[in-house]
Write a protein that binds this ligand. Structure first.
Ligand code: AMP
Length: 628
């Protein structure tokens, strides 16, 4: 089988292609229709079929693989390591499901999960899947304001959280942030289920908050049957940043997702039942959903959950995990590898990493230096994956297991199965020729596993993603170019979304947060090139009262204060690396902020032709502020 033949079939005859792939998972009731695309751009996959993600990820394997490790939870923050076999995982998931049911959670109800990388987080996700509840995981690095926005949008019956997370030995108490978020949110959850790790104070609100361990003790021998769900019911909502301050709730189905993940684990990652998958991401991001929890387990693999830094206790920690657990597939982000590249080489050389078959990197552009270094150091091929929260699984890479085509440095590769990728001209929407820069779009229907819509907002889904060109196509909001051999290269975002260390952040969200500082009149946030993190957010602020900037100390104090506002509202993930003070921001005559020009100046590039700029001196101010 060649890539070309399989890919062609997947786009020319998706019904047959995906019906075949659907055999990879267990169906309780077979589907009657592979694809319903009668209401574009909404695609419904495996219509009428009933299945369950928890059954496919857990129960299915208990028969033949009961004693095989399913989940290994490692924390170098608390120095703990615990392996759960498939049988043990099933018991833990059932207990969590019983606890949730006792707290009133049923099919279709939302459960918000605000947790660190501990095993209970995976138990709760899988428990939601088991009973047909919809989970919405919020990254533990987000603070009260961001959390409140998500609580109010998804309206959870139950929130599951923990006393604290920990990062580099620094305890981050979650409960206070969560309580603040619940106070801020107009919507209030009925219950909060708290895991006590003994790391921080955990004040409990009577009648609302309950303790995980105490509840679990009541359900040790519970039996909770799997609820069979129609393929298109909602499995989860995961918020991601957009160009407005309001995050977008990416909504995913049940059956399509299970099939897509199973297909990708085989074709793209070469994962086999019994192998070990180590994804260094966090459950708060899409990679965590797809390739820490669901994907590897649906494939009968062992999955590793890791809490801690890549360089603690030293820069060899990940390689020691690869050696100890004979990791076969590893998935990470370029930023993490750039961090590891700065470590003494002995820290890698001293471990036996020969179990590893390949390293997969995603989430941000993979630079040649990083890719070449890690491939040489590990002695395995490195595959760049291009995808998005919206797609849920790689849109472009090399499907190693189908045809190990050569990779091309700087390119994530070629389109994956079912993705009708195109590059189109930004203004005319016409398809670009080879080597011509354009906006990367996908022609509908999107393949299984991709978002169904934005939670509770079909209209926003259509207007955001599908209404940018005359022809109805899905926009990735990325620039790209394709070479003569069909390899794609990603050239950055077309919108105001930035990518810091593989995490997508909306500049609008950060700007809104900074604007809440009493002395801020106007602000522009842009992403500028950063050697380690890919991009870093920097803010340009116009003050209401600039007289406070009496000297460098006052300037530094105010900069810190503004960063503190972002920390408090969004969390450290959104904190700009620098805040510059200017008297004027560059805008067009119609008042549109020229973020791209600001970015160009910061990166030492020519800001280009700016015919409608209101006041050219604003650009000089930016140059002066950043010393360009
Ligand atoms: P997220 O939804 O947070 O995963 O962010 C998705 C965005 O990250 C994409 O739209 C791209 O801008 C960027 N991205 C993801 N993977 C890659 C990659 N392999 N190369 C370049 N950019 C990437």
């Amino acid at each position: 089988m060649t890539y070309a033949s399989l890919y062609q079939r997947s786009v020319n005859d998706p019904q047959t292609f995906w019906a075949e792939q659907a055999r990879r998972i267990d169906w309780h009731k077979p589907f009657t229709q592979v694809l319903d695309y009668s209401r574009p751009p909404f695609a419904r996959w495996f219509v009428g079929g009933t299945t369950n993600l928890c059954h496919n990820a857990v129960d299915r394997w208990v028969a033949a693989r009961a004693e095989q490790a399913a989940l290994i939870a490692i924390s170098t923050e608390t120095n703990s390591e615990r392996t759960y076999s498939y049988r043990e995982l099933q018991s833990e998931v059932i207990r969590a499901a019983a606890m949730m049911q006792a707290l009133g959670v049923g099919r279709g109800d939302r459960v918000l999960i605000y947790m660190p990388m501990i095993a209970e987080a995976a138990f709760v996700m899988l428990a939601c899947a088991r009973i047909g509840a919809i989970h919405s995981v919020v990254f533990g690095g987000f603070a009260a304001h961001s959390l409140a926005t998500r609580i109010d949008d998804v309206k959870p019956v139950l929130i599951v959280s923990a006393d604290a997370g920990s990062r580099g030995g620094k305890v981050v108490p979650y409960k206070g942030l969560l309580d603040d978020a619940i106070t801020l949110s107009p919507y209030k959850p009925a219950h909060v289920l708290m895991v006590n790790r003994g790391l921080a104070e955990m004040p409990m609100t009577t009648g609302r908050d309950v303790d995980y361990a105490e509840q679990k003790a009541l359900h040790m021998d519970a039996s909770v049957p799997v609820v069979w769900l129609e393929s298109n019911e909602i499995s989860y909502v995961l918020y991601t940043s957009g160009t407005t301050g309001k995050p977008k709730g990416v909504q995913r189905d049940v059956g399509g997702q299970a099939v897509a993940l199973a297909t990708s684990i085989d074709y793209i990652f070469c994962g086999k039942a019994g192998g070990t998958f180590f994804s260094t991401s966090d459950i708060g991001w899409v990679v965590g959903h797809s390739y820490i929890v669901y994907g590897p387990l649906i494939a009968g693999m062992t999955t590793i959950m890791y809490e801690g830094l890549p360089i603690s206790p030293d820069g060899g920690i990940w390689w020691s995990i690869v050696e100890k657990y004979k990791v076969t597939q590893m998935f990470s982000a370029p930023t993490a590898i750039r961090v590891l590249k700065k470590q003494p080489p002995e820290l890698l050389e001293k471990y036996d990493v020969s179990s590893l078959q390949a390293l997969f990197l995603a989430g941000e552009p993979l630079d040649e230096t990083t890719s070449t270094w890690i491939a040489g150091a590990l002695g395995v091929p490195v595959y760049d994956n291009y995808w998005q929260t919206e797609s849920g699984w790689p849109m472009m890479t090399i499907a190693k297991n189908i045809e190990d085509k050569p990779t091309r440095l700087g390119s994530p590769g070629i389109p994956m199965f079912g993705y009708k990728m195109q590059l189109v001209n930004e203004t005319t929407g016409e398809v670009c020729a080879a080597n011509e820069k354009g906006v990367l779009v996908v022609e509908g229907p999107l393949p299984p596993g991709c978002l169904q819509t934005l939670y509770g907002d079909d209209e926003r889904y259509v207007s955001t993603y599908w209404s940018n060109f005359e022809r109805q196509v899905y926009s990735t909001f990325d620039w790209g170019v394709r070479d003569d051999d069909g390899y794609y290269f990603i050239l950055g975002r077309t919108d105001d979304v930035i990518n810091v260390a593989g995490h997508r952040l909306g500049t609008r969200e950060i700007e809104e947060s900074i604007s809440s500082h009493p002395n801020v009149s106007e602000v522009a946030v842009v992403g500028i090139e950063d050697k380690l993190k890919g991009q870093a957010a920097v803010a340009f602020v116009v003050l209401k009262n600039a007289a406070v900037l009496t000297d460098d100390a006052a300037r530094a104090k105010l900069e810190k204060e503004i960063m503190g506002v972002v920390d408090k509202q969004i969390g450290a993930v959104g904190r700009p690396s620098r805040v510059y003070f200017v008297n004027l921001l560059p805008k067009t005559r119609s008042g549109k902020l020229l973020r791209r020009s600001i970015q160009a100046i910061c990166e030492g590039r020519d800001p280009g032709d700016l015919p409608t700029i209101e006041d050219a001196s604003s650009l000089q101010q930016i140059s002066a502020a950043v010393g360009r």
